[in-house]
Design a protein around this ligand. Structure first.
Ligand SMILES: NC(=O)c1ccc[n+]([C@@H]2O[C@H](COP(=O)([O-])OP(=O)(O)OC[C@H]3O[C@@H](n4cnc5c(N)ncnc54)[C@H](OP(=O)(O)O)[C@@H]3O)[C@@H](O)[C@H]2O)c1
Length: 223
């Protein structure tokens, strides 16, 4: 049985990915601060982990190692967004967002790499707002710049691990979740979390052989 680890699973897209992977009979490991939403679902191993907390991440990895778990698919989906114009931002607001979207993503990936199979696939979830030349929106300087960092990071990782796993990054467009509400309170997205989760999971399971170090924009609207 192949194993998939997803971060950011208490709501939105990550929650749906876990349910879909379970249906397809993968071993599912979910990582979120709030582990309750998936806790009682048989077949999902829920870890309550803040990916910005090194000790919690180390405990997660130790626990997986002690259970002799290897990972085939890692989906770095956890994300943080605060909508504030640049003049209202601070060192702290940049740090809070980068801690989750960049440092936490890098840290969980580095710590898990020893137990990720070489044939495996790491998918980082970025945003269309982080893509060079895409339309930008006021209030998202912190968030969009952090998501741009995720894209460059992914491209470098693919170079550093030529023998695998594969690393790819998906730049998502608008999906109707609570994060979208924070970014665009009035906007109604054409895509729901269930639809986006299907695409991400399918890409995770099947894209690792044909794609490596690639940025794929998964977006049908602006925003
Ligand atoms: N929705 C969109 O339109 C859109 C567009 C582009 C990109 N994205 C990206 O898609 C991903 C999923 O977002 P979503 O739209 O599904 O939003 P969401 O419902 O707000 O989900 C975000 C998830 O991240 C988790 N998370 C946040 N901080 C965390 C931390 N410190 N440690 C562990 N988990 C943490 C949250 O769980 P806990 O609070 O339980 O920790 C939550 O489950 C994000 O990376 C987001 O940037 C979304």
């Amino acid at each position: 049985m192949k194993t998939i680890l997803v971060s950011g699973t208490s709501s939105g897209i990550g929650y749906e990915i876990c349910l879909k992977a379970l249906k397809l009979k993968y071993k599912v490991i979910s990582v979120s601060r709030n582990s309750k939403p998936l806790e009682n679902i048989k077949g999902i191993d829920c870890y309550s982990v803040d990916i910005t907390d090194n000790d919690q991440l180390n405990n997660l990895v130790e626990s997986l190692k002690s259970k002799k778990i290897n990972i085939d698919f890692l989906i770095n989906n956890a994300g943080h967004l605060k909508n504030e114009t640049f003049d209202k931002t601070s060192y702290e607001s940049f740090k809070e967002t980068y801690d989750v979207n960049v440092f936490g993503l890098a840290q969980i990936t580095r710590l898990l790499l020893p137990i990720i199979n070489k044939s495996g696939h790491v998918i980082n979830i970025s945003s269309i707002g982080g893509v060079n030349g895409s339309k930008k929106f006021p209030g998202l300087s912190v968030y969009s710049s952090s998501k741009a960092a995720v894209i460059a990071l992914t491209e470098v990782l693919a170079e550093e691990f030529p023998n695998g796993p594969s690393f790819n990054v998906l730049a998502l467009g608008a999906v109707q979740t609570k994060m979208l509400k924070k970014a665009f309170p009035e906007y109604v997205a054409q895509t729901n979390p269930n639809e986006m989760a299907s695409y991400i999971l399918d890409f995770a399971l099947n894209g690792g052989k044909l794609f490596n170090g690639k940025l794929i924009s998964v977006s049908n609207s602006t925003p």
